[in-house]
Ligand binder design. Structure first.
Ligand SMILES: Nc1ncnc2c1ncn2[C@@H]1O[C@H](COP(=O)(O)OP(=O)(O)OP(=O)(O)O)[C@@H](O)[C@H]1O
Ligand SMILES: [Mg+2]
Length: 231
């Protein structure tokens, strides 16, 4: 039985800002099931970030539907989309997007603190636990500027996982790291996928990583197709 976490059907996305209309996505179908680890590859400008933002409800498609937890993002207002995302999805941005003035622990706790019924003590405990899991027990009080690039990405991954989401969407999570650190972060995500059964969908340019994941998709000419690249 397939256990669908996230699904999009025939989505299109066009941008029309001054310079003329750009049709970025021309009918994309995709489904992420429980436990999946999927990667999207594709040339720069092919629409990978655009798709990830639509799947995470950060933006809405021009046409078509994106469903998470049985609800269509397009039918919700911005506040409701945020709540639905907070409930089901963790997002890792390419440039970590951590808040500079807050500690690692506070950054990780943020998605929990955004919920209506928050027990601050419990949020801190949960954040500490997930920071332990990503190997950062010794850095919880440090601010982002006091962390290495790899450590920052670990904090960003912990923040994405703290709400115990069904899936994590990550946009080139290792794009700015040296090869060794990139491998460590990749290994961490693969382990978390196994141990937590959280599904992952990552955008990557790293074919080494793409070779390690369960499913690989290629974005090309505005459409997404499953590739047989898996080693
Ligand atoms: N807000 C926007 N307004 C107009 N055009 C946009 C907007 N966002 C993205 N685009 C265009 O959509 C196309 C796809 O962009 P996107 O960021 O999704 O590519 P990408 O595959 O993630 O590329 P990269 O690998 O370089 O990150 C690009 O041609 C870009 O110029
Ligand atoms: Mg991108």
């Amino acid at each position: 039985m397939s256990d669908s976490i996230l699904r999009c059907r025939n989505i299109t996305k066009s941008f029309d800002e001054g310079a003329g209309k750009v049709d970025v996505l021309k009918g994309v179908d995709f489904e992420l099931n429980r436990g999946d680890f999927a990667a999207i590859i594709g040339n720069s400008g092919s629409g990978k970030t655009t798709l990830l933002h639509l799947l995470g409800g950060l933006d809405i498609p021009t046409s078509g539907s994106v469903e998470v937890g049985g609800k269509d993002f397009a039918k919700l207002n911005q506040k409701q989309r945020g709540d639905l995302r907070n409930q089901h999805i963790g997002f890792v941005y390419q440039f970590h997007h951590l808040l500079a003035e807050f500690s690692a622990l506070e950054n990780v706790a943020m998605p929990l603190l955004m919920r209506k019924s928050v027990d601050v003590k419990q949020a801190r405990a949960q954040s500490q636990k997930i920071l332990d899991k990503v190997g950062l027990s010794h850095r919880v009080k440090h601010k982002p500027s006091e962390l290495s690039g790899g450590e920052r990405q670990r904090v960003a991954i912990a923040r994405a996982l703290v709400t115990e989401p069904d899936c994590v969407l990550a946009d080139e999570p290792t794009g700015n790291l040296d090869v060794h650190t990139a491998r460590e972060i990749q290994q961490l995500m693969l382990e978390l996928n196994e141990s937590l059964q959280t599904s992952f969908l990552i955008v990557t340019h790293d074919l080494g990583l793409a070779g390690q994941v369960k499913r690989v998709f290629k974005m090309e000419d505005g459409t997404l197709s499953e590739s047989d690249l898996v080693a």
